[in-house]
Design a protein around this ligand. Structure first.
Ligand code: ATP
Ligand code: MG
Length: 289
């Protein structure tokens, strides 16, 4: 069944920073699968390897050892150009810092990922995406004219405008007050309800409980958590006019926007709060790096 198709398959993945006595084993023997349409939280304390894992899942970095398959394709066998395409077209990133361009209004920020390709109807797509997150009445506002929660909604709209196969959110409520956090989580639930595959990374058990499945990470090792009920997922009313796109046809290009003006290079990766990788993934020099 198409719905059961694995989007993410990690098989015995290791990530080691440095070597010798100072080596940090940030991920150890991580094996996990996320199927299409799942909403999975990855929870762990500071330093447990969450961002390292997110960087690998988002094709911003590569494992030192082990296999990562994205939508069935072995990422380690992809060329840099195909990796960039996966990153830019097939994964939507949402970060703790919203990473909106300050001088661009909401719809211009959302349109940005579409600028890298000859996508028709960019403005309409951007407006639809903003409507999905309940911001139809804020499309001309600059980021500093929006609340933190609204800025994060713009960032979610930007992540969705390319209709990615996976939405990857790293501490998306980390900079928000309780009310705005609840709104963002409700949007994620609504998106999940309409078929989106979502991975939410957090250190907060209450936030992780939003997801359908919880995977814990500790000292670089993952273990499967509880499965929550469907009732838990669909509970409250949606604070938006949100309807997630169901299109699965043409995919548009999309580096998530960064704090600099748009680069000509579509392989520019979104920023991360992780200390590790630069925009391009580094290939392991050896299997024991
Ligand atoms: N580029 C790097 N070089 C060396 N060590 C690193 C690098 N990036 C991360 N680490 C180490 O790897 C481990 C996992 O770090 P990671 O950033 O993935 O943790 P985290 O779970 O995201 O933490 P936080 O919740 O604080 O963001 C830590 O011990 C960290 O110090
Ligand atoms: Mg982190």
């Amino acid at each position: 069944m198409i719905e059961d198709r694995p989007v993410i398959q990690l098989d015995n993945v290791y990530k080691t920073y440095g070597s010798g006595e100072t080596a940090v084993h940030a991920l150890r023997s991580v094996t996990m699968t996320v199927r299409q349409g799942e909403f999975v939280a990855i929870i762990g304390p500071s330093g447990s390897g969450k961002s390292t894992l997110m960087n690998i899942l988002g094709c911003l970095d590569v494992p030192s050892m082990g296999r990562y398959r994205f939508a069935g394709e072995d990422v380690s066998r992809m060329t840099d150009a195909s990796l960039a395409r996966v990153r830019n077209e097939r994964i939507g990133f949402v970060f703790q810092q919203f990473h909106l361009l300050k001088r661009m209004n909401a719809w211009r920020n959302v349109e940005l990922p579409l600028l890298y390709r000859r996508v028709r109807g960019r403005k309409d797509k951007a407006l639809r995406s903003l409507q999905m997150v309940g911001l139809a009445d804020r499309v001309h506002h600059l980021p500093n004219e929006l609340s933190g929660g609204q800025q994060q909604r713009v960032a979610i709209a930007r992540a969705l405008v390319t209709d990615p196969e996976l939405l990857l959110a790293d501490e998306p409520t980390g900079n928000l007050d309780t009310h705005s956090s609840a709104e963002i989580l409700q949007i994620l639930r609504t998106l999940h309800g309409s078929g989106r595959t979502i991975i939410l990374i957090t250190h907060d058990p209450d936030i992780a409980a939003t997801a359908q499945r919880v995977i814990s990470i500790r000292d670089g090792e993952v273990s499967e958590g509880v499965t929550l009920t469907v009732a838990h997922l669909s509970g409250q009313p949606v604070p938006t006019t949100a309807r997630a796109p169901r299109r699965r046809t043409r995919r548009a290009a999309a580096p998530a926007a960064v704090d600099d003006p748009p680069a000509a290079d579509p392989s520019t990766a979104p920023p991360t709060d992780a200390p590790a990788p630069g925009p391009r993934p580094r290939r392991p020099r050896s299997r024991t790096e």
